[in-house]
Design a protein around this ligand. Structure first.
Ligand code: HEC
Ligand code: HEC
Ligand code: HEC
Ligand code: HEC
Length: 131
């Protein structure tokens, strides 16, 4: 585990103490989150994404940003080196929505990941982790 992941694990461990026990029902998570959200007993800590809302609702982007920095930083991480057809547009800072789209429009957790833009476009986004 990297230092950063260890810090995040400590953060989750600290928040587990404050929340109700993880639901018995297990929701599948994406591979990139599995380790970080699963404790030594194999329980997934739901509240880190879902907060205290019961029943569970679509997570607030604020919960994602606790670990993933600010929207400005995300937009910088995926900035394109040029414009035109060979550079698909920056998903985190787009023509129509700027930085306003909530994460869950494109990063699903318990279901198939689809990019919201593709309701109207056909972007490929090869670097998007879907599993
Ligand atoms: C407790 C901290 C934490 C929370 C909360 C969290 N993540 Fe993550 N996320 C991580 C870590 C750690 C990784 C794996 C390392 C990395 O890629 O930064 C990761 C990876 C990812 C990736 C893959 C990144 C890549 O390299 O392609 C995406 C996408 C992502 N998270 C989106 C989200 C979304 C959307 C939410 C809210 C629903 C969320 N995360 C909530 C910690 C968190
Ligand atoms: C419009 C769709 C869309 C939205 C909304 C969106 N993302 Fe992404 N995200 C992507 C795509 C596509 C990638 C793949 C990387 C790329 O194309 O540069 C990505 C990559 C990432 C990565 C990896 C960044 C890297 O350095 O490669 C993280 C972390 C991430 N997203 C988190 C988030 C979080 C957190 C939010 C909400 C604040 C969010 N995303 C909103 C589409 C989106
Ligand atoms: C990494 C963040 C993350 C974790 C951890 C997480 N979820 Fe979710 N959950 C999401 C996202 C994002 C959605 C939106 C739909 C989707 O992507 O599948 C969601 C949607 C849901 C929904 C549907 C809500 C609705 O109104 O449609 C339920 C129920 C749910 N989650 C339950 C759980 C349970 C139970 C756990 C713990 C075992 C859990 N989730 C852990 C991110 C997370
Ligand atoms: C509801 C439909 C819809 C959605 C969703 C949508 N777009 Fe568009 N987009 C359009 C239309 C219509 C145009 C104008 C096309 C034209 O004039 O040729 C356009 C134009 C664009 C252009 C200008 C270049 C081009 O391809 O014509 C970019 C870049 C773009 N959209 C990016 C995005 C991104 C990134 C997302 C997701 C974050 C997105 N769009 C989501 C409908 C949509």
């Amino acid at each position: 585990m990297s230092t950063r992941n260890a810090l995040i694990a400590a953060f989750i461990a600290a928040s587990v103490g404050l929340s109700v026990p993880a639901l018995a029902a297990k929701m599948p998570l994406k591979s990139y989150h599995k380790e970080i959200f699963t404790d030594e007993q194999g329980n997934v800590e739901c509240s880190t994404c879902h907060g205290d809302s019961k029943p569970y609702t679509i997570p607030s982007e604020d919960n994602c940003l606790t670990c993933h920095g600010s929207k400005q930083e995300l937009a910088q991480q995926t900035v394109r080196s040029g414009h035109g057809a060979e550079f698909e547009p920056n998903p985190h800072d787009s023509l129509h929505y700027g930085q306003d789209l909530s994460c869950v429009y494109c990063h699903a957790q318990h279901k198939k990941t689809e990019v919201y833009c593709n309701n109207c476009h056909e972007f490929k986004y090869p670097d998007l982790k879907r599993k």
